[in-house]
Write a protein that binds this ligand. Structure first.
Ligand code: FAD
Length: 308
C-alpha cells in the first residue's frame, strides 16, 4: 500500500504546502508517491524527488496542463488511483478543486481540511468556523483527504526518489482556461509566512500606505479582514479567515480588527497574536497574547519608526 500526494507547484518549484502534506501523510507509515502534473515539470519533479519521505515521483506532462484545470488534474489522479488506498492533497485552492472530483470519480467520500490524522482512517477536522474539532472516520476503501497544511511541519530535503512518467489523459475539453490575474508581490506568501500583519476596514484608503512599510521591515505578508476586502480597501486574495486564507505564522499582528469569529477561524493557529485596537472591549483582545489599546493611525507610524 502506498500513499499518493497531489503535488502543488508554481511551474518551477514545489510549494511548501506539498512538503507539509508529506509530513501529514507519514502518519500512514507507507511509501509516499508524489504526483506532479503540468506542462513542463521536469525541474519540479526533480525537486519533489529530494523531499525526505518521498519514495517515488510520478510526472504527468502535456501542453494542455500548462494551466491546471481541476477536471484535467482529477483525471490524471484517477488514471493511477487504482494503485493507492490513500490520496492526499493540501487543502488549498487546487486541492479543494481536485480531490472532491477524484472522490466522485472513485465513488468514495472525502474528508477535508484535516488537522490531525489517526491512521488508517480517523481524522480530526475543524467545524463551525473552527470552534469545534470533530473526530471523523471514513469507511471507504480509498481514503481521499485534504490536509490543512499549516497544521503540519514542512518536510525537509533528504531523499533521492525515483522519477517516473505517466501519460496525460486527454483534455476534459468542456472547461477552458480564459485568463488569470495575479497580484505580483515580493512579500512572503500569506498562507506560509512566518509573520503576518493584517488590517481591518478601519484602515480605509490608507490600508497600503500604513501597512506596507511595517510589513517590509518585518518581512511580513499582508492580510485583511473580509470587511476590508468588501469595502475595496484590499484585494480579495489578502482575506484571512473562514472564507479566506488560514494562516499559522509565528507572529500575527491584527490592526484595527474587531475579532469576529470568522476572522479568528483563520488565525487561531498563530503562535503569538498582537492586536492594536482603540476599543479596549474589542473581542480580538480576548484572543491576543499582546494588546495595544491605541489609535492605529498613530500607532502604526510609531511602530514603523521604532523598527528603524
Ligand atoms: P469591524 O468589525 O467593523 O471592526 C473594526 C475594528 O476596528 C473595531 O474593533 C474598531 O474598534 C477598530 N477601529 C476602528 N477605528 C480604529 C482606529 N482608528 N484605531 C484602532 N482601531 C480602530 N471576516 C474575515 O475577516 N474573514 C473571513 O474569512 C470572513 N468570513 C465570513 C464568512 C461569513 C459567512 C460571514 C457571515 C462573515 C465573514 N466574515 C469574515 C466577516 C466577519 O463576520 C466580520 O464582519 C469582519 O471580520 C469584520 O472586519 P473588521 O474587523 O475589519 O471590521
Amino acid at each position: 500500500m502506498s500513499v499518493l500526494i497531489l503535488a502543488e507547484h508554481d511551474g518551477q518549484h514545489i510549494k511548501q504546502s506539498t512538503r507539509q502534506a508529506v509530513t501529514a501523510a507519514a502518519a500512514w507509515q507507507h511509501p509516499i508517491h508524489l504526483l506532479v502534473v503540468g506542462a513542463d515539470v521536469s525541474a519540479v519533479a526533480a525537486e519533489a524527488a529530494t523531499i525526505a519521505g518521498v519514495a517515488k515521483v510520478i510526472k504527468v506532462e502535456a501542453p494542455h496542463l500548462v494551466h491546471l484545470l481541476a477536471e484535467d488534474v482529477a483525471a490524471a489522479v484517477q488514471q493511477i488511483a487504482a494503485e493507492y488506498q490513500v490520496i492526499v492533497a493540501a487543502h488549498s485552492t487546487l486541492g479543494k478543486g481536485v480531490l472532491p472530483r477524484v472522490a466522485a470519480l472513485l465513488d468514495v467520500g472525502m474528508v477535508s481540511d484535516v488537522v490531525e490524522i489517526q491512521a488508517p482512517a480517523t481524522y480530526v477536522r475543524p467545524i463551525y468556523a473552527g470552534n469545534i474539532l470533530a473526530t471523523v472516520q471514513s469507511s471507504d476503501a480509498v481514503q481521499v483527504v485534504t490536509v490543512r497544511a499549516t497544521s503540519f511541519e514542512a518536510a525537509a530535503n533528504g531523499a533521492n526518489a525515483e522519477i517516473t512518467s505517466a501519460a496525460a489523459p486527454a483534455a476534459f475539453g468542456k472547461v477552458r482556461w480564459v485568463s488569470e490575474q495575479r497580484n505580483l508581490s515580493d512579500r512572503p506568501e500569506l498562507a506560509t509566512a512566518s509573520v503576518v500583519i493584517s488590517g481591518g476596514r478601519s484602515l480605509g484608503e490608507q490600508f497600503n500606505t500604513l501597512l506596507e512599510p511595517v510589513a517590509h521591515k518585518l518581512n511580513a505578508a499582508i492580510g485583511a479582514t473580509r470587511a476590508c476586502v468588501d469595502a475595496g480597501f484590499a484585494p480579495n486574495d489578502l482575506q484571512v479567515g473562514q472564507t479566506g486564507t488560514v494562516v499559522a505564522p509565528e507572529l500575527y499582528i491584527a490592526v484595527g480588527i474587531s475579532g469576529a469569529m470568522q476572522h479568528l477561524a483563520g488565525i487561531k493557529d498563530s503562535k503569538v497574536i498582537v492586536a492594536i485596537n482603540h476599543d479596549p472591549d474589542a473581542p480580538i483582545f480576548k484572543h491576543a497574547d499582546y494588546g495595544l489599546v491605541a489609535d492605529l493611525f498613530k500607532a502604526l507610524p510609531e511602530l514603523n519608526a521604532a523598527l528603524g
